[in-house]
Ligand binder design. Structure first.
Ligand SMILES: Cc1cc2nc3c(=O)[nH]c(=O)nc-3n(C[C@H](O)[C@H](O)[C@H](O)COP(=O)(O)O)c2cc1C
Length: 568
């Protein structure tokens, strides 16, 4: 099992606690730990030293800040949850935690006692270059019938794609096309099929362990809840306990990120096949859960419709629905309840009435940077190959090898494309970059302004210690060529969507993360999502007030060190 908080962090924490923690804690602990590079301890910035910082705020930042007052935010459930699950040196010291391996949840859900349908093995490669799919190009790999179509779609978005073997025990575990914090995979894929050639209409759960579909209901199940008549409608659900087993109260954030990753894994594969998708986040939770007869530990999070001329269709069946349902497998012998997770989930639910319309969020702040990015690098690696070989790097090779500015330009362009969802008319995430080794860019912190493809330098100097230290002491954020803080406009989201907005910000962060993974892989680099960071320290380092945004996700991209445990 991957460990999201690696040993280095534990070592770091112990060291830090033993020294009276002060504003210089990050730098003192990390100085001199990077591969092949000597760090000069005296050149590192103290965390709260502001005189070397040039933070330019665009005028629209202050306008937004004025319209969303701190008082508006204070009483909301999302804020309480977010603040109480932030990592700090203190919080880690207060609550040391030993994993109960005997009670680890099964990462695979099965609905037992229902017909199981095979999805054909070895679907054809999705040949359109991944970087083009990320740029909005639609591929064309027509499937002859429903089983071939579904197999192709799920093989490149949710199926097992590799395994790792632990050398000391010989234990092997599976990795999937979609990434997941700690490889715990809280996300399940359900889908409704209507009028697919050679495939019975009904409701299915994807059994990723065997690349098969469990038929939970047969017949006409028009998705009345979203008014959708699309031939395929996915319902992505989260099993929060899988994630809470390891990450406890903070786990809900990771469930939401993982949904964002799964959404993009699915919707980009849909595009590579030659179809379109649209996601709905604004739906009545209880109705959808009942409609799909989900086990009580599974929560519906996102609905994704699939449409397009290349779906092999026929007339929908007129027959009545027959429910098999099935028995959901027990995931572990004991489920520990985390009231804060139940609390935030309930607070972010919507009733039927609340879903009648979705408000438009205030547009994100706009601005421009003094550095114009060059035209993006290209790559011919196919979407199919990239989606199947994408992996999280355990660490990156430090040293001197840099990435090019055109590669960075392509990666940032991939994050800036529109996201097709009911909640995504305004963007809630802005990227801050900790540039370590990018040709033609001075090391420093930069803010990305996607509208004009520009970068604004807000801090100068070596950021390797800062990036790793802020990422809970994970070396990979310092050894990468570039690391990222995703800053979420949580207040904007809350003012438009109430507590539900908390989900949307994290979905978007996960979606951008997935685009970063695929763009990096397509360009011959590697990437890793980083859910563990010192929240308040990041916000302070970037000089953000809550209304200007707060950190919600970290990321790193560079040259991965080979992982000897990986088996194709
Ligand atoms: C939301 C999220 C948070 C993650 N956080 C970390 C992290 O803090 N540190 C880390 O080394 N890996 C992190 N990862 C990477 C996962 O450990 C990785 O996705 C998982 O082990 C599966 O491996 P794969 O991505 O190669 O399929 C994160 C991944 C996601 C999606």
């Amino acid at each position: 099992m991957e460990v999201g908080i690696p040993d280095s962090c534990r070592r770091w924490s112990e060291t830090a606690f033993s020294r009276a923690v002060g504003p210089l804690w990050v730098w003192r602990t990390f100085a001199g730990r990077w591969n092949g590079i000597r760090q000069d301890r005296h050149s590192l910035f103290p965390l709260r030293q502001r005189d070397e910082v040039r933070l330019l705020r665009s005028s629209s930042d202050s306008a937004s800040a004025a319209s969303i007052s701190d008082t508006d935010l204070s009483a909301m459930a999302w804020r309480e949850y977010h603040d109480s699950t932030g990592h700090s040196v203190e919080s880690l010291r207060r609550a040391p935690y030993v994993l109960d391996w005997a009670n680890m949840p099964d990462p695979f859900r099965h609905y037992e006692g229902v017909p199981v349908l095979d999805l054909p093995a070895d679907p054809p490669l999705l040949e359109t270059p991944a970087i083009d799919v990320l740029a909005g190009v639609t591929g064309a790999t027509p499937a002859r019938d429903g089983p071939a179509f579904l197999s192709q779609l799920l093989f490149y978005s949710a199926a097992i794609s590799a395994s790792k073997r632990v050398p000391s025990t010989g234990y092997r575990y599976a990795l999937r096309a979609n990434p997941s914090s700690g490889n715990l995979h809280p996300t399940e894929f359900h889908f409704l099929a209507r009028g697919l050639k050679e495939w019975p209409d009904g409701l299915y759960h994807y059994r990723s362990s065997a690349h098969m579909a469990e038929q939970r209901a047969l017949g006409d199940l028009e998705m009345k809840l979203t008014g959708s008549s699309a031939p395929i409608v996915f319902v992505l659900t989260s099993i929060a306990w899988r994630e809470a087993w390891k990450y406890r109260d903070r786990a809900y954030r990771y469930c939401l990120h993982d949904i964002g990753h799964a959404w993009q894994a699915l919707s980009l594969a849909i595009r590579a096949i030659g179809c379109d998708s649209f996601a709905t986040g604004h739906f009545p939770d209880e109705e959808v859960a009942q409609f799909c007869r989900l086990h009580e530990d599974e929560w519906p999070m996102l609905i994704v419709e699939v449409r397009g001329a290349s779906i092999p269709v026929r007339e929908p069946d007129a027959r009545e629905t027959v429910w098999y349902g099935g028995h959901a497998n027990q995931l572990s012998k004991e489920t520990i309840v985390y009231p804060s997770i139940d609390g935030i989930h309930n607070a972010t639910k919507l009733s039927n009435r609340a879903c009648r319309s979705i408000s438009a969020a205030e547009p994100a702040p706009t601005g421009s940077g003094e550095i114009t990015l060059p035209p993006p690098a290209s790559s011919i690696r196919s979407f199919g190959e990239v989606a199947r070989t994408r992996r999280s790097a355990l660490d990156f090779q430090g040293g001197t090898q840099s990435m090019s500015l055109t590669q960075l330009s392509a990666i940032l362009a991939a994050t800036a494309r529109p996201l097709l969802a009911d909640f995504a008319s305004a963007r809630f995430i802005q990227l801050y970059l900790y540039v370590h080794r990018v040709d033609g860019l001075q090391p420093g912190v930069y803010r990305h302004w996607p509208e004009r493809g520009g970068l604004e330098r807000i801090r100068s100097g070596d950021q390797r210690v800062a990036a790793a230290g802020l990422s809970l002491g994970q070396d990979l954020a310092g050894n990468a060529c570039v690391a990222f803080s995703m800053i979420g406009y949580l207040a904007h989201a809350a003012s438009a969507h109430g507590d539900r907005g908390y989900r949307y910000v994290h979905f978007e962060a996960g979606a951008i993360g997935h685009r970063l993974y695929l763009a990096a892989e397509a360009l011959g680099l590697g990437a890793t999502g980083i859910g563990a960071f010192y929240d308040a320290e990041v916000n302070r380092y970037l000089e953000l007030t809550p209304v200007q945004g707060q950190v919600v996700y970290h990321f790193a991209i560079g040259y991965p060190v080979p992982d000897p445990r990986l088996e194709a």
